[in-house]
Structures are given as C-alpha cells and as structure tokens.
Design a protein around this ligand. Structure first.
Ligand SMILES: [Zn+2]
Length: 177
C-alpha cells in the first residue's frame, strides 16, 4: 500500500487522525505525548492502542484527578462521621447526621465517578475512536507530536528504516590471522 499524498496531508491536520491499525501493531509509538509534545515518562493503553506515551504534565494531571476523586469519595465519609461523633448529642441526632452522611457519601462517589471518567487514558490523551474503529482521533494534538507521528506514519509500516540499527560490535570471524 503506497502512501497516498492526500492521505498523508489528512494526517497532518489538527485534530490528528491516526489509523488504528498502526496503533494496534505497535508500529506507531511516539516518544512524546499528544497533548503537550513533551517526552513520555509513562505509557498506558489508550483504547486499543498499546503503550501510549504520557509526559510529566499528563502524570501531574492524572495524579491530581486521582487525589480529587479520592477526596470526593472519602471526604464526606470522614467529615460526616467526624461531625457525628463530635456533635451528636443523642442517638436520634446521630441517626440524622448519619443519614446526611450517607447521602453525602453517595454524592461524593458520583463526583468521584465523573472525575474517574475524566481520568481515563483516553480522556487524558483526548483520544476518540471512530465508530467503525478504523481511526483514532486526537483532539488538539501538539505540533511536536503531530510532527513525530508524521515521521512515523511517513514510511511504509514494513520498512526497517531506523528501527533496527545494527549494533557496532565486531563481527565474529572464526578465521584467525
Ligand atoms: Zn502530556
């Protein structure tokens, strides 16, 4: 399959559209993150793509969202029981406090769930698979990432160009001089 110039041009537009076939095979594994164009510090599966790169800023966002989700999930629980223990004068009052606490815990869990949806690898990469699963669209891809992806997509997938640089070891020649 020869690279079609029109297709290559299509791949350079922002949002970036990448054939899922490339990502499934692991052929397209860029070294920079799609969102910030910075070097990858960890990798996660995004949709069907394996080893998708995420940079330090992505990691900060991921951890911040995790912390927010944990706070939303456990905060009402801790605060509710704390207030009940500290201020409930009798059993009736404690029951009322605990009912409010249970309600707050459910709200907190719902909020944590929404934050969790924002914190999936796909959401972090702002990646969306098309309904026919032929393409993955990256919203607002960084120019550095787009350039990297074009460099990867540019050559045909079966070329070994730059993929296998022979190591500079001496060839073992059994014939002595
Ligand atoms: Zn990033």
């Amino acid at each position: 399959m020869a690279p079609d110039p029109a297709c290559a041009n299509f791949l350079t537009v922002n949002p970036l559209t990448v054939p899922t076939a490339l990502l499934v095979t692991g052929h397209a594994t860029p070294a920079v993150c799609v969102r910030h164009g910075q070097p990858a510090v960890f990798r996660l599966g995004v949709g069907i793509a394996k080893n998708w790169p995420f940079c330090a800023r992505c990691r900060t966002r991921r951890w911040s969202l995790m912390a927010a989700a944990a706070a939303a999930a456990f905060g009402p629980f801790v605060v509710g029981f704390g207030l009940t223990t500290a201020f409930a004068a009798d059993d009736t009052q404690a029951r009322t406090y605990l009912q409010v606490t249970v309600f707050a815990v459910f709200v907190g869990l719902a909020v944590a769930g929404v934050i969790g949806l924002m914190n999936t690898p796909s959401a972090l990469a702002r990646a969306k698979t098309t309904p026919d699963k032929q393409w993955i669209i990256f919203q607002g891809s960084h120019p550095t990432f787009a350039a990297e992806m074009n460099r990867i997509i540019g050559p045909a997938p079966d070329t070994h160009q730059a993929a296998h640089i022979p190591p500079a070891t001496e060839s073992s020649e059994p014939t002595p001089t």
